[in-house]
Design a protein around this ligand. Structure first.
Ligand SMILES: *[C@@H]1O[C@H](CO)[C@@H](O)[C@H](O)[C@H]1NC(C)=O
Length: 323
């Protein structure tokens, strides 16, 4: 009995010295009025830089909403896991990510990251044309808001908001908020996941991997995880790798979502925009077999909670800082 261990989806990353790469993201804040409006502004969300296909190694500017979390122990900050920038002040992720303690305390959110092994990320666009992104923004965590009905045993309502101490600078290319799906009945023709992830022996990928996934029924999901109690409440669902997209030629090349906690499950919707459908909540113990399912927290059932919570939280902040 018991839920599947989430501790398997993680670990290993490069050590960064606090300070070495820290970017002082102290943009002057806009008036609270315009900040409040931008909390609800979805006009520019989910903007895609590329059309058509989704290569497994994602490209520069392909996931400008993807955030990483910095855990600080002594003077070292390790960046792991994923979250989604949903506006300039809040990042969405799973509760596990916010409560993870093995690498110290969650202190920073890194926005605008792509290739974790370079300080300035550059990529060839067309022959002879190289594009570079601005430096990452490492922003202090101001507060963590966990869903009040989060149940750590059944792993339901696994959603958390992280408030940033200063606004992320959303430049429209390297940093853009993702769109949130609010339609519980949305039928997507395809789903993808994006994450810095990988096998224990090879370590986490340097750029986010993206894989085509497919949903399976709750019945199939529990059948594939016979040794576990999978509690699928509040719209939670299971996904597996879509082998049409991911055809490993050797076991060592099999995709692996280790490190994928908080990763976005997304689709393209409303004209060429990326919509967040769910978050990777937990998965099988490493090393997972290719057909083993991962359990997803859907976003649509939490849409109102997210909006209300951010508005209330932001108003309180404005009040506190008013005098
Ligand atoms: C990330 O950057 C390193 C260093 O420039 C480079 O060798 C590597 O190929 C890049 N990774 C990807 C997947 O582009």
């Amino acid at each position: 009995m018991g839920r599947i261990s989430v501790s398997v989806l993680l670990l290993v990353s490069l050590g960064f010295r606090a300070g070495c790469c820290a970017y002082s993201a102290m943009q002057v804040d806009d008036s609270s009025e315009s900040s409040e409006r931008s909390l609800l502004n979805t006009e520019n969300c989910g903007k895609r830089y590329y059309d058509s296909e989704f290569p497994v190694d994602s490209r520069l500017f392909e996931h400008p909403w993807l955030a990483r979390f910095g855990y600080k122990k002594d003077e070292t900050v390790n960046y792991v896991f994923q979250g989604l920038l949903i506006n300039s002040r809040y990042v969405l992720t799973t509760v596990f990510v916010t409560q993870f303690k093995d690498m110290g305390l969650l202190a920073y959110v890194r926005i605008g990251e792509h290739n974790s092994s370079t300080v300035i990320d550059c990529e060839q666009q067309t022959p002879g044309e190289e594009k570079c992104a601005p430096a990452v923004q490492d922003i202090l965590v101001d507060a963590i808001i966990i869903h009040p009905d989060y149940d750590s045993f059944r792993q339901v309502n696994d959603v958390a908001l992280v408030r940033l101490r200063s606004s992320a600078n959303a430049d429209g290319d390297s940093v853009i908020p993702i769109c949130l799906n609010r339609d519980v009945d949305l039928q997507s023709t395809f789903l993808l996941i994006a994450s810095w992830c990988g096998r224990r022996d090879t370590g986490l990928s340097t750029v986010p991997k993206q894989y085509m996934m497919k949903t399976i029924s709750p019945h199939e999901c529990t059948a594939l995880l016979p040794r576990h109690t999978v509690s699928l409440a509040n719209g939670m669902f299971c996904i597996v790798f879509d082998e049409k997209h991911t055809q490993p030629t050797a076991p060592a090349l099999e995709p692996n979502l280790r490190g994928g906690s908080g990763a976005p499950i997304y689709t393209v919707h409303e004209g060429n925009r990326i919509f967040l459908i769910g978050l990777l909540s937990y998965g099988p113990r490493y090393p997972a077999k290719l057909h083993e399912p991962y359990v997803i927290t859907p976003i649509a059932p939490f849409y109102s909670w997210l909006l209300d919570t951010m508005e209330r939280d932001f108003e309180q902040q404005a009040y506190i800082t008013a005098d």
